[in-house]
Design a protein around this ligand. Structure first.
Ligand SMILES: [Zn+2]
Length: 953
C-alpha cells in the first residue's frame, strides 16, 4: 500500500465534505470541544489532530463569546482569548503589553505574561510592582506599537528590533515571535505577542490570519471595558451629567425633542471622550484597579452595578445566540456562521454602547428632574437610577415602584410611590405617602405581592375584579391598565422592601415568560440597592432633617395669626378668629378690604408698584384671584388665600431688586397679559390660577445674586440643582408653602387638577431662567407665525388649545415677558427700577471682588456705572425687544408694552449718546492738551504719522 501524503488526505476530505464532517464529528468533535471548554488534563494531541477544522474553531468562538459575556474584567477576557490563541497558533506562550503614556512618554508594560494553553489567570497577571516596562524604541513589542501593524519574526537572531533583555531576565530563549497591536480607532491600546512556534520553525501566514481574527475579540473586550470605565467615571463624579443635565430642562415644554438633542450631545461627548482622553483614562483606571485601596472597593461596587446592567443585556443576547447556534447546527454553513458571528459582535458592542447612552439619558433625567431628585433620599436615588437605567429594556408603557415602610414590621405600608411614564411625553412622578386609593395601589395587587413575595402576571386587567376601579381613564392622556406584571423587590437581607409593577406591554399583548425572566433579573438589580431596614432609618432621619429645615423656613415665612388680621380683620369685625368664620363672612370683610381693580389699575400694563405699600400689594394680589373668578370656582379657602399671599410677601427677602415688589409685579403683568392682553383664551381657569400663582412665587427667597454666583461661590443650592439653580429653588420654596395646609390655596382641587396646576407651575417658574429664553424664541415665533395663517380667532384658539405643548411654550414666553416687564414701564418708573436692578448687580460685583476675589463683568462693576445707559440699550436690543414685538404681533392688545420699551430705548439711547459725547469731548480735550504740550516741548513739527498713531492709541 502506498503511503498517503497529507496533501492527498486534505484533497480527499475537501472533495468529500460530507464524509469529512461525519468522520470528524464521530472521532474528534466531542473530544476537542470538551477539551476546549474545560477539562484541562485531557490535552488535545497535536500530532494526531494537526489543525482544527472550522466547525471546531467556531465552537471556540462561541466559547470565547460566552467568556466575554461573563467576564467583565478586561484582563480575564483577554487572558481567555490568549489561552485559546496559544492552542490555535501552537505557540509556547503569549504575553500582553499595555500601552500607556507616562509624563507624556509612551511605553508598554507587561500585563499578562507567559500565558500558555493551560495557564491559570492569577499566575499570568502581572501586578504593577512586577511589571516590565518597554520604551517604544526597544524590542519587537515596541516596534509593533510604533508601526501599528502585525509583525512576524521567524528568527529573533536575525531581527534588528529584537532585544534579549527579557530573555536574560527570565532565562528563556525566544526563537520566533508573532505580535500584533490591539487598536482602539487609531490608537494603540495594547500589544499581544506569541512566542516560539511549537510544531514548526516559525509562525506562518495562516497563524497571522488566526491572530488577527481573534484579536477582534480582544478589541471588543477592551472596548466594553473602556465603556464600563466611562460608566464608572460618570457614576462616581457626575461631571458629564451635570454638564449635559443643563440641556434638558431648557425646553421643558418639548421634552421629547429635547431628549433627542441631549442624546445627540451626549453621543458627541462620548466620542470625544473616547478618542481624546480615553487612553489616559485607561491607564488611570488600571492604577486605581491595582492599587487595592479603598478606591478599589468603591470601584468594585460600581462595577458590580455595571455587571448587573450587562446581565440584562446578556438576557437579550442569549436569544440571539441561540438562534445563531440553531442555524449552524442545521445548515453547517461556516461562512454564514461567521457572518452571524460578526453581527453578534456588532450587536454586543452596539448594545453596550446603547446601554451607555441610555444610562446617560436616564441619569440626565435623574439629575435634572429636580422635581424627582429632591423628593428622593440618597438611597432611593440610587434605586431610582438602576430602575431608570433598565427602563429602555422594559417592554411596557408605564411602571410604578412602591416603597415599603420598613419600620412597620407587620403592616404593609407603602410610604412612597414612584411612577414612571414611558409612553408619550416621558415623565416621572413621586407620590409621597400615597393614599390607599391611589390608582397604583387601589387594586391591592402591590400589597398582595409584598405579602407573598410572588411575581404576579395579570394578562387581562379589565377582566379582573380588583381592577374594576378603572371605570374611566386614569389620567388625561386616556391611559388605562391593560395588563400588569408585578414583582417584589428584595434586598440583600432577603427582605421585601418594595414592589415594582409594570403596565401594558408595548405591543398590546400580555406579558409573557420572557418578560417574567427579564423582571426576575431585574430583582437582582434592585437587590443590589442598599435599601434595607438599617438604611431606612438613617434615610428617614435625613428626610426628617429636611422636614425640620422646611419647618424653620415656614415658621419665619408663614403669615401668623396677628398678621392675617391686617387684612382679614375678623377680630375687629366679628370678634373671632378667621377659622371660626364662614366663607361668606370672610368674603364680606375682603370686599371691604381689598382694593378696587379699576381704581388701582391692576390690569394695566403701565401699573406701577412704587406708590403702594407692600401690604397694599398683597391685597392687590389677592384681588386678582377674585378678578379671575377662581376663588369660588376652585373653592379656594379665603383664609388660606390671604395667608398664602401674605406669606409670599414675607418669603421674598428685603433685597434691592428681587424683593416682594418684583415678585408682585411679575404676577401683576401675568394677570394683565391674561385679562387685558386677552391671552386667557388659550388657558383654562385652572391654568390661569396656576400661572398667576407661579408668577407671584417665581423669585421667592432670591438672594440678590445670580445662578453663576451660586455656582462660583459653591452655594449648596448649586449642588442640589444642576441647572437653573435659583429657579428650581424658587419653585421648591413656593411648593413647600403650598404643601402647608394653612397656606394651600389648591386644597380643594381634585387630585388631577392639583397635579396639573403643579405641573404648570413647574414649567412656568423654570422658564424664568433667562438662559432658557433664547432656546424658546424660535418655538414661540413659529406659533405667532402660525397664528397669522388663521382667519378666525376662534379657529386659532381651538387649534392652540389642542396641544398642551403649544400652550406651555406660550406660557413660558409670557413668564419671560412678565419677568422683564420693568423695561416696558413708563420712563419715570423704568429709570428708577433700572437703577435698582443695577444696584443689585453692583452688589453682586462687590461680592465677587471681595468674596471670590474675581473681577466682575462690566454690568456688575460699579466702577462702570456710567455705562448703564449703553448696557440698557444693549439689553433692550438683544434680549427684550423680541419678546414684546412678538407678543404685540401675537395679540395687539399687548402693544402698550412694546410702546413702552420703544420709548425707554429712546431715552436710554439719548443718555448713552450724551455719555459718549462727553467721553469723546474729554478725549479730544486730552488730545488737544497733548498736542500743545508736544508743541511746547519743541518736538519736530513735521512728524505727523507718528503723532497720529499716538493719538489713536
Ligand atoms: Zn424675576
Amino acid at each position: 500500500m502506498n503511503e498517503v501524503t497529507a496533501e492527498e488526505v486534505e484533497k480527499f476530505l475537501d472533495s468529500n465534505i460530507g464524509f469529512a464532517k461525519q468522520y470528524c464529528n464521530l472521532r474528534y468533535r466531542a473530544k476537542v470541544i470538551s477539551d476546549l471548554l474545560g477539562a484541562k488534563e485531557a490535552a488535545v494531541d497535536f500530532s494526531n489532530y494537526h489543525s482544527l477544522n472550522s466547525v471546531e474553531e467556531s465552537e471556540i468562538i462561541f466559547d470565547l463569546l460566552r467568556d466575554f459575556q461573563e467576564n467583565l474584567q478586561a484582563e480575564k477576557g483577554i487572558f481567555n482569548i490568549m489561552k485559546k490563541l496559544c492552542f490555535l497558533l501552537q505557540a509556547d506562550c503569549m504575553s500582553l503589553f499595555m500601552y500607556r503614556t507616562r509624563n507624556g512618554i509612551a511605553e508598554l508594560a507587561t500585563r499578562l505574561f507567559n500565558v500558555c494553553k493551560d495557564a491559570v489567570f492569577e499566575d499570568c497577571l502581572v501586578m504593577p510592582e512586577g511589571e516590565i516596562v518597554f520604551p517604544l524604541d526597544m524590542g519587537v513589542v515596541g516596534h509593533v506599537a510604533h508601526a501599528k501593524k502585525i509583525v512576524n519574526v521567524p528568527n529573533t537572531k536575525e531581527d534588528e528590533h529584537f532585544c534579549d533583555f527579557v530573555d536574560n531576565l527570565t532565562e528563556y530563549e525566544t526563537k520566533s515571535i508573532l505580535a500584533s497591536p490591539i487598536m482602539n480607532g487609531k490608537d494603540v491600546v495594547a500589544v499581544i505577542m506569541a512566542v516560539n512556534k511549537v510544531d514548526g520553525p516559525h509562525f506562518t501566514k495562516r497563524d497571522e490570519e488566526i491572530l488577527l481574527k481573534y484579536l477582534n475579540f480582544a478589541n471588543l473586550v477592551m472596548k466594553v471595558f473602556h465603556l464600563s470605565y466611562l460608566h464608572n467615571c460618570e457614576t462616581r463624579r457626575g461631571q458629564i451629567l451635570l454638564w449635559s443635565g443643563s440641556k434638558v430642562f431648557e425646553e421643558l415644554t418639548d421634552i421629547e425633542r429635547q431628549f433627542h438633542k441631549v442624546l445627540y450631545t451626549v453621543r458627541a461627548f462620548l466620542n470625544c471622550d473616547r478618542y481624546s482622553v480615553g487612553l489616559l483614562d485607561m491607564t488611570k483606571q488600571k492604577i486605581l484597579l491595582w492599587s487595592g485601596s479603598k478606591v478599589f472597593e468603591e470601584l468594585t461596587d460600581i462595577e458590580r452595578q455595571f455587571h448587573k446592567v450587562l446581565y440584562t443585556v446578556r438576557a437579550f443576547l442569549n436569544c440571539d445566540r441561540y438562534s445563531v447556534g440553531l442555524l449552524d447546527m442545521t445548515k453547517q454553513k461556516i461562512l454564514l456562521k461567521y457572518l452571524n458571528f460578526a453581527n453578534l459582535v456588532m450587536k454586543v458592542f452596539h448594545l453596550s454602547y446603547l446601554h451607555n447612552c441610555e444610562t446617560r439619558r436616564g441619569q440626565i433625567l435623574l439629575w435634572s428632574g429636580s422635581k424627582v431628585f429632591e423628593e428622593l433620599t440618597d438611597i432611593e436615588r440610587q434605586f431610582h437610577k438602576v430602575l431608570y437605567t433598565v427602563r429602555a429594556f422594559l417592554n411596557c408603557d408605564r411602571y410604578s415602584v412602591g416603597l415599603l415602610d420598613m419600620t412597620k414590621q407587620k403592616e404593609i405600608n407603602f410610604y412612597k410611590v414612584i411612577d414612571y411614564i414611558l409612553h408619550g411625553k416621558e415623565d416621572i412622578k413621586v407620590i409621597p405617602n400615597p393614599p390607599p386609593d391611589h390608582w397604583a395601589l387601589v387594586s391591592g395587587l402591590p400589597t398582595y405581592v409584598a405579602q407573598h413575595g410572588l411575581i404576579c402576571n395579570i394578562m387581562n386587567a379589565p377582566a379582573e375584579d380588583f381592577f374594576a376601579f378603572q371605570r374611566e381613564p386614569l389620567d388625561e392622556s386616556g391611559w388605562m391598565i391593560r395588563n400588569v406584571l408585578s414583582m417584589p423587590i428584595v434586598n440583600k437581607k432577603e427582605e421585601i422592601v418594595g414592589v415594582a409593577t409594570f403596565y401594558n406591554r408595548k405591543d398590546g399583548k400580555p406579558f409573557d415568560e420572557m418578560d417574567e425572566t427579564l423582571m426576575e433579573s431585574l430583582t437582582q438589580f434592585l437587590g443590589w440597592s442598599l435599601l434595607n431596614s438599617d438604611t431606612y432609618e438613617s434615610m428617614n432621619r435625613l428626610e426628617n432633617r429636611k422636614d425640620i429645615f422646611q419647618d424653620i423656613v415656614k415658621y419665619h415665612v408663614k403669615c401668623d395669626n396677628e398678621e392675617i388680621q391686617k387684612i382679614l380683620k375678623t377680630r375687629e369685625v366679628y370678634g373671632k378668629e378667621p377659622w371660626d368664620c364662614e366663607e361668606e363672612e370672610l368674603s364680606e370683610i375682603l370686599r371691604q378690604e381689598l382694593p378696587d381693580a379699576e381704581q388701582y389699575e391692576i390690569n394695566k400694563f403701565h401699573f406701577s408698584d412704587l406708590p403702594l405699600t407692600e401690604l397694599e400689594l398683597v391685597k392687590c394680589g389677592i384681588q386678582m384671584y377674585y378678578e379671575l373668578k377662581v376663588v369660588d370656582k376652585f373653592h379656594i379657602p379665603q383664609e388660606a388665600l390671604v395667608r398664602f399671599m401674605y406669606s409670599l410677601s414675607k418669603g421674598y427677602r428685603k433685597i434691592t431688586y428681587h424683593n416682594w415688589r418684583h415678585g408682585f409685579n411679575v404676577g401683576q403683568t401675568m394677570f394683565s397679559l391674561l385679562v387685558t392682553g386677552k391671552l386667557k383664551r388659550y388657558f383654562t381657569d385652572l391654568e390661569a390660577l396656576a400661572m398667576v400663582t407661579a408668577a407671584f412665587c417665581h423669585d421667592i427667597d432670591h438672594r440678590g445674586t445670580n445662578n453663576l454666583y451660586q455656582m462660583k461661590s459653591q452655594n449648596p443650592l448649586a449642588k442640589l440643582h444642576g441647572s437653573s439653580i435659583l429657579e428650581r429653588h424658587h419653585l421648591e420654596f413656593g411648593k413647600t408653602l403650598l404643601r402647608d395646609e394653612n397656606l394651600n390655596i389648591f386644597r380643594n382641587l381634585s387630585r388631577r387638577q392639583h397635579e396639573h396646576a403643579i405641573h404648570m407651575m413647574d414649567i412656568a417658574i423654570i422658564a424664568t431662567d433667562l438662559a432658557l429664553y433664547f432656546k424658546k424664541r424660535a418655538m414661540f415665533q413659529k406659533i405667532v407665525d402660525q397664528s397669522k395663517t388663521y382667519e378666525s380667532p376662534e379657529e386659532w384658539t381651538q387649534y392652540m388649545m389642542l396641544e398642551q405643548t403649544r400652550k406651555e411654550i406660550v406660557m413660558a414666553m409670557m413668564m419671560t415677558a412678565c419677568d422683564l416687564s420693568a423695561i416696558t414701564k413708563p420712563w419715570e418708573v423704568q429709570s428708577k427700577v433700572a437703577l435698582l436692578v443695577a444696584a443689585e448687580f453692583w452688589e453682586q460685583g462687590d461680592l465677587e471682588r471681595t468674596v471670590l476675589q474675581q473681577n466682575p463683568i462690566p454690568m456688575m462693576d460699579r466702577n462702570k456705572a456710567d455705562e448703564l445707559p449703553k448696557l440698557q440699550v444693549g439689553f433692550i436690543d438683544f434680549v427684550c425687544t423680541f419678546v414684546y414685538k412678538e407678543f404685540s404681533r401675537f395679540h395687539e392688545e399687548t402693544t402698550p408694552m412694546l410702546d413702552g420699551i420703544t420709548n425707554n430705548r429712546k431715552e436710554w439711547k439719548a443718555l448713552a449718546d450724551e455719555y459718549d459725547a462727553k467721553v469723546k469731548a474729554l478725549e479730544e480735550e486730552k488730545q488737544q492738551e497733548q498736542a500743545t504740550k508736544q508743541a511746547a516741548s519743541g518736538n519736530e513739527p513735521g512728524d505727523t504719522p507718528t503723532s497720529r498713531s499716538c493719538c489713536i492709541q
